[in-house]
Design a protein around this ligand. Sequence first.
Ligand SMILES: [Zn+2]
Length: 110
Amino acid sequence: MLDEVEYAELSAVLVACLESIQLERKARGVALERIDVRAHHEPARRLHEELTGVAIVDAGELRHHRDSLLGPDCGRCGRALRSPSARSCAECGAEFPGTTESAASPESQS
Ligand SMILES: [Zn+2]
């Protein structure tokens, strides 16, 4: 998983990858299907591997490896919930009804 600083770095590289794909499409006048998308994502893939030690092949997957996409740790098993608004734990099945609503701040007097 990437922290926000690492993700920002990876995100910038991913944008550059998409731009290089668009440039090649424009230059060659071909459809996306004719482009070696994986080759264009190589810099992002390499950076991800440098930062995490984990090799990822699918470019779309690179975009999901970000800490802030996860929720708080499960009160039962301690694993991070799948999203900040998750109401149950995908690991152990523990349920957290009203996680998002009850987290709302109480009304303050002014
Ligand atoms: Zn759990």
